[in-house]
Every structure is written in structure tokens, then in C-alpha cells.
Design a protein around this ligand. Structure first.
Ligand SMILES: Cc1cc2nc3c(=O)[nH]c(=O)nc-3n(C[C@H](O)[C@H](O)[C@H](O)COP(=O)(O)O)c2cc1C
Length: 325
């Protein structure tokens, strides 16, 4: 009988990534403030394939947020000054947290605060909720105990909040850094040295739009945070620089709308990416980006998505998949 060679099916690419002790099934995450907990999107896209959904940042007390208008379109981005609107921690724990077990993928909870104590209280309460695998810290709020500067603008304030949260929280802790600093590297290092399990970057870039007819800022708050494609090169650069000084994983975000955008972040040194603003226009953007990453892995013969991380960055210091895996 003639020999018959049965073609072997190629092993499925391994899209999973590790963020501290958490394993995410895929490297594409929904960014905080742009997704709620995903229920609205379940009808439009397969949320179960996302690596995680990051919740809107939760504050200790209810906040009405800033006055309207709070959103302005710009040529290549969205300017927002929502002002951390939300019902506060107690409402979240009683009315939202029980439903987290129905989210079809991992959840990253996000804590915000205006003092170290507030961060610790909120983060400790989020630790151990159903489906929550990590806690992001929105450290872009002003530190009322330290001259009102944002926590993430100051290495010492950032280190203080990360260390305090780490003492009380079992899950991986991910401070989210902001781009409005002279040099992101000492800030990223301070986060790692204080015990952060990963870092997210970037949060929105400060900006302002003026209504020329009225000779007034468009937003009631005057300044806001710019997000979307306009900030992508700033974000890729921040990831690139941070990836040269930290060994913990980086979650990169800022203006991702296409697969190639996400690849820029991975090649710069991100282990995973998050998408915010683009989701408002295309609720299926996460899966389109994920599929593009898979195609790139296939094209380069990579079995694990971590093999793409840092490819373009000669100074990359971060985590690579173990040899031979
Ligand atoms: C409307 C809106 C609300 C946001 N709210 C939060 C928030 O509560 N906490 C946070 O850490 N980041 C928040 N962000 C920032 C995003 O998570 C993300 O860092 C930023 O938008 C850059 O990514 P993008 O360009 O893909 O949107 C918000 C962004 C937008 C547009």
C-alpha cells in the first residue's frame, strides 16, 4: 500500500500573555472608561475573545464629574474632560460587582483616588471580586496631600501609592502612567521599584480646544485629555522608553485603531495593548486588531505572541517568552 502523508495541522498560535500572576487569553484589552463592563458590546462583537475588559475607574465617593460640555472632536482625536464621573465605591460593590461574574473574559478593575488612603481603600475593596484578575491604578489624579500634583507626574508620589496598595492587595497591581511628564523613564522605574507587577501607558494627553466664534474654550473645564490617533506616536515613544528601563510587562495604549497600530506598540516593547477611543466608532475593533496580530505571528512564524514584543527596540529590557516554549 502506498505511503500516505497526512498533513499535520499547525499548532494554534499562543495568544496568551502574563501580567504578573494573571494570564490573559489574548493581548488585546478594552481600555478604562471606554467600555463599561462590556454588556452593551456583547451583541456586536465576541467580548469573550478579548484579553480583558478594564472597568471605568472607581473612586471612593460618588462624583458628578465636570460640567458639560465634556467632549470635543478634534481632527484626529477626542478631547474629554469627564472628570471621573461615577457612583463611587459602595454603589459599585453593591450594584455592579455581583454582575462581574457574567463578563465572558477577565476583568481589570481600575481604582482612582486623590490620596494614598483613597487608593488603598478602593483597591483593597476590588481585590477578590468575581472575575477580577488585576487592579489598574489611575494615578493621573492630583495628589491632594502633595501640592496637588498628579501622582503619576512625580516618582515619589507614585512610588508611595503603589507600595501602599501592594501591601493590601493580592492581585497584580498596574499603575497607569500619563504622558505629561518630562521623562517617563524615572517614573516607570519608580513604579517597578515600588512593586508594580506591570505598567499601563499612556493615559490621555492634556489639550485644549477653543471655539473661535465665542472666543471661549469648547469644554466647560477648559482643558481636557486628548485620546485617539493623534496621540499614537507619543504613546509608542513612551512605551519604547519605558521598555528600556523596566522588566515588568507594559500594557500599551493610545490611538490604536488598526492591527498595524497595535503591532507598533508590541514592537516598541508592550506585552499587551488596550483600545479606548476607536471602540466608539468600531465596537469590533478589538477583534480586528487581534486577528491582525495573529496574521503577523503567522507571517513571522511565531508561536507565542510574546515573540513580537520589543522586536523594534534594541534596548528592550522586558519579558520575553522562555526559550524553547
Ligand atoms: C471618554 C473617556 C474616558 C476615560 N476614562 C478613563 C478612566 O476612568 N480611567 C483611566 O485610567 N483612563 C480613562 N480613559 C483613558 C483611556 O483608558 C486610554 O488610556 C486613552 O483613551 C488612550 O487610549 P485610546 O487612544 O485608545 O483611547 C478614558 C478615555 C476616554 C476617551
Amino acid at each position: 500500500m502506498a505511503d500516505v502523508t497526512v498533513p499535520q495541522a499547525a499548532p494554534a498560535p499562543d495568544l496568551s500573555v502574563r501580567i504578573g500572576s494573571a494570564t490573559l487569553r489574548a493581548p488585546v484589552i478594552a481600555a478604562s472608561g471606554c467600555y463599561n463592563k462590556g454588556d452593551e458590546f456583547g451583541r456586536l462583537t465576541d467580548v469573550g475573545r478579548y484579553g480583558a475588559i478594564t472597568l471605568k475607574s472607581i473612586t471612593r465617593y460618588p462624583r458628578l464629574g465636570n460640567d458639560m460640555p465634556r467632549l470635543a472632536m478634534t481632527p484626529a482625536g477626542l478631547l474629554n474632560a469627564i472628570g471621573l464621573q461615577g457612583p463611587g465605591l459602595d454603589h459599585f460593590l453593591h450594584h455592579v460587582a455581583p454582575a462581574l461574574q457574567d463578563v465572558p473574559t477577565a476583568v481589570i478593575a481600575s481604582a482612582a483616588g486623590f490620596s494614598v488612603d483613597e487608593f488603598v481603600t478602593v483597591a483593597a475593596a476590588l481585590d477578590g471580586l468575581p472575575n477580577v484578575v488585576a487592579i489598574e491604578l489611575d494615578v493621573s489624579c492630583p495628589n491632594v496631600e502633595r501640592e496637588g500634583r498628579c501622582f503619576a507626574a512625580d516618582a515619589a508620589s507614585l512610588a508611595q501609592v503603589v507600595a501602599a496598595v501592594k501591601q493590601r492587595v493580592r492581585l497584580p497591581v498596574i499603575p497607569k502612567l500619563m504622558p505629561n511628564v518630562t521623562d517617563i523613564r524615572p517614573i516607570a522605574r519608580a513604579a517597578q521599584d515600588a512593586g508594580a507587577d506591570a505598567i499601563s501607558l499612556i493615559n490621555a494627553v492634556r489639550g485644549l480646544v477653543i471655539d473661535v466664534e465665542r472666543a471661549q474654550p469648547v469644554l466647560a473645564n477648559a482643558a481636557g485629555g486628548l485620546t485617539g490617533p493623534a496621540i499614537r506616536p507619543i504613546a509608542v515613544h513612551a512605551v519604547w522608553e519605558a521598555a528600556q528601563v523596566v522588566t515588568i510587562p507594559i500594557i500599551g495604549m493610545g490611538g490604536i485603531a488598526e492591527g498595524t497600530d497595535a503591532l507598533e506598540f508590541l514592537f516598541a516593547g508592550a506585552t499587551a495593548v488596550a483600545i479606548g477611543t476607536a471602540n466608539f466608532r468600531r465596537p469590533d475593533v478589538h477583534l480586528r486588531v487581534l486577528e491582525a496580530i495573529e496574521r503577523e505571528m503567522f507571517r513571522r512564524g511565531c508561536r507565542r505572541v510574546g515573540e513580537l514584543t520589543g522586536l523594534a527596540n534594541p534596548g528592550f529590557a522586558g519579558p520575553r517568552p522562555a526559550a524553547g516554549l
